[in-house]
Design a protein around this ligand. Structure first.
Ligand code: AHG
Ligand code: MN
Ligand code: MN
Length: 280
């Protein structure tokens, strides 16, 4: 798996350059989820696919930006699902963005996720690798240096309330209002990677992107957004659910499936479960 981590480091260096100098304009195409692709989405995807295609242990890949599974090495051990540039629409306003990678064995399903990695392109470029633990690396003079492991507190004080608020269910709205009445601080940029990274680094809280009337199955994609972060949050000592059960137990029927998702410290995850179970 080390070859994969090295390739991700290299992709981060190349995508950093692309973000700094690339054209943030729209392409003519849409991806499988119907999002209009930015030129940077496609160029980041090309960088990552090229790097992964040189690694013998990679059997196949799935990209947010491509319709189908891409087979690489029939004897490879790992399957990688990735979002080459998450939050790309934030680049033109100079907010932080990221890349997300889920490393699977046997098939692209939650229970078969064996590691996850994400890269944050912000004032500093950082990479987080989750295997048995969660380790933070920072790009310094062209090299990723290990900084420290990441562990969530049992309870935090940050709340990232995603999705269109006028499409929230009544019980979701009441729950979020109550969380803010308890003194939580609102932290939401619209970029999943920096929004979830912030809660991890600051020790805890709750990020939610729930089922809504306009998106009954949520917006965020299982294989390369939701499951990789669910793995990170659980390995950091927190939790990740769809409102009712662990996200890593949610069934995948299509490689671009989405899921409602909540990521947070254990106290906040229990709070969501209680509210959602009462309204199931
Ligand atoms: P992507 O840029 O890969 O399509 O992902 C964007 C996602 C995610 O970064 C973020 O949490 C979510 O879109 C924000 O959605 P809303 O704009 O609906 O809040
Ligand atoms: Mn994304
Ligand atoms: Mn993306």
């Amino acid at each position: 798996m080390k070859d994969i981590f090295k390739a991700i480091e290299q992709s981060a260096i190349e995508i950093k350059e692309l973000i700094e100098t690339g054209d943030t304009g729209k392409s003519e195409n849409q991806n499988s989820t119907g999002d209009t692709q930015l030129k940077l989405d496609i160029q980041s995807d090309v960088i990552i696919e090229k790097l992964f295609s040189n690694i013998a242990c990679v059997k196949a890949i799935v990209s947010e930006e491509q319709e189908d599974i891409i087979s690489l090495n029939k004897d490879g051990k790992y399957l990688i699902a990735y979002d080459p540039l998450d939050g790309s629409s934030l680049i033109d306003v100079n907010l932080s963005v990221g890349s997300i990678f889920g490393i699977y064995e046997n098939d692209f399903t939650g229970p078969n996720l064996v590691a996850s990695v994400y890269v944050v392109f912000g004032p500093r470029v950082e990479m987080v690798i989750a295997t048995d633990d969660v380790r933070l690396y920072r790009l310094i003079h062209g090299k990723f240096e290990f900084m420290h492991t990441i562990v969530l507190n049992e309870k935090g004080n940050l709340k990232a309330p995603g999705s269109t608020q006028n499409c929230w269910s009544a019980h979701h709205k009441t729950m979020v209002d109550d969380i803010f009445k308890d003194g939580y601080r609102l932290r939401y940029s619209g970029g999943m990677v920096p929004d979830l990274h912030q809660i991890l680094i600051k020790g805890g809280g709750l990020f939610s992107y729930p089922e809504t009337s306009d998106r009954p199955k949520g917006k965020l994609r299982q294989l390369f957004e939701v499951f990789p972060f669910a793995f990170v949050y659980e390995k950091a000592g927190g939790g990740a659910i769809d409102g009712y059960k662990r996200l890593l137990e949610v069934e995948t029927t299509h490689i671009h499936d989405t899921s409602a998702c909540f990521f947070g410290s254990n106290n906040e995850i229990q709070r969501v479960l209680k509210v959602y179970k009462e309204h199931a």
